[in-house]
Design a protein around this ligand. Sequence first.
Ligand code: IFM
Length: 475
Amino acid sequence: MNTNKESKSSQQNRLFPDNFLWGASTSHFQIEGNRFEINNRLSDWSQWTQDPTHVADQTNADHACEFVERYASDLDLITTLNLNAFRLSLNWAAICPEPSTANELKINREMIDFYRRVLQTAKNKNIKIFVTLFHFCLPQWLAEEGGWTNEKTAYEFARFAKIAAQELGDLVDFWQTLNEPLSYAYESYINGIWPPGFKNEHTKCFRVIRNQLIGHAAAYKAIHEIENSAQVSYAVHWRSFIPRNMNNPLDLFVSYCRNKIFNHLFLMAVQSGQLPCPFPFSLFKELKNLAGPIADLKDSADFLGINYYTREICEFSSSAPFIPLGIRSDFRIMPVNALGWESCPATLLRLLTVDTRPYHKNSKGKERPIYITENGYGTRFAANLSSGDWSLRDEDRGEYLHSHLLSVYQAIKAGVNIKGYLHWSLLDNFEWAEGLQIRFGLVRIAYPSQERTLRDSARLYSEIAGSNSLINYKL
Ligand code: IFM
């Protein structure tokens, strides 16, 4: 891949706004290799990955990228790449390894000190920080009490948010309470590939969504009570759902339902303060009982945090006809990544300019800034590769990055208030049920040696970020 200078005037046409945030995203479990958590199996994910059959390539995140030891040089990479923003998540299980009582807060000060060091290092480099509070991993003591199916988790989450804001708030620029709450609910309670591994538990899944909303609203309030001007939101994972067969009313129906639930349910609830019932039929009475108003939820998003990767083709399944969600289709039209996810930058443009429009302003008409807090491309290379130039020439990722940034640029030109883009991910990392083999990094990790090497996509991204403009490029 090489970059190809356009004429000055056409480059100027593709300038991003001043102070645009160019960043990279991560999450704690996927990169940390946190000895305190791992040795004591403090989280549901560190427990879950003890069973190798839970992970496609039978790897685990016990070492991951060793970010706990290597954070300083990893933050140097942010600067090397001309980036000015970094997103990470806090290790709830390691910060709160056991339940607190009404009178005594049981927190691990060493972990707080660790995050203060990380955040202070970033601040010294003028890197803006996005902190996520729940990125799929629960403290094991809460998982044992039913995790997010138990309303108690929502209140414990708010307590954790308060601790985080008190201890770290001076070093945080943006808070995201929950990462992709619908992905979590779906993979953990419908698909069954994440802990606790339930399959097709629709009522439990809806209870999880309700409790996540309660937790989000309470965390939003707790952070604002400590810092009124804090910027707090969550991250929605947006997928556009396309019917397999446009002429089949059942395919149309299931894609409508998936879109309404996966994309809109949480956003609508935050906008209105009420959890809508996804299926308003008497058949789903239990779901109906869970719907309704939630305290402090209305307008609990100061910005929109959008994670976008792909669209999804779906179809009606006659094997589960009473489940209006249908299934993911195997049918693909666009080029795919190693996970079979279609690259579809036009979908990003549409979601930014049209689909998310109802949420661009809060209910009082105040415009929300928009940040793309994840977007990236996964390739597949075994975890044990240690040498060779495998995967450094990642034209496919470069193409994905460039074409999606073009959509971001076009949306900005169309008047959408986008203030930043954070690529997933800075480093190769542990991709949940897929393990270490799926690589999303701008920076390649050779796990046996932990060596970091910039991929071509990282060089391309650094040119774009450094010039604050979408340079032309040729494969
Ligand atoms: O790796 C994940 C991340 O944890 C959440 N968003 C999607 C990414 C790629 O699957």
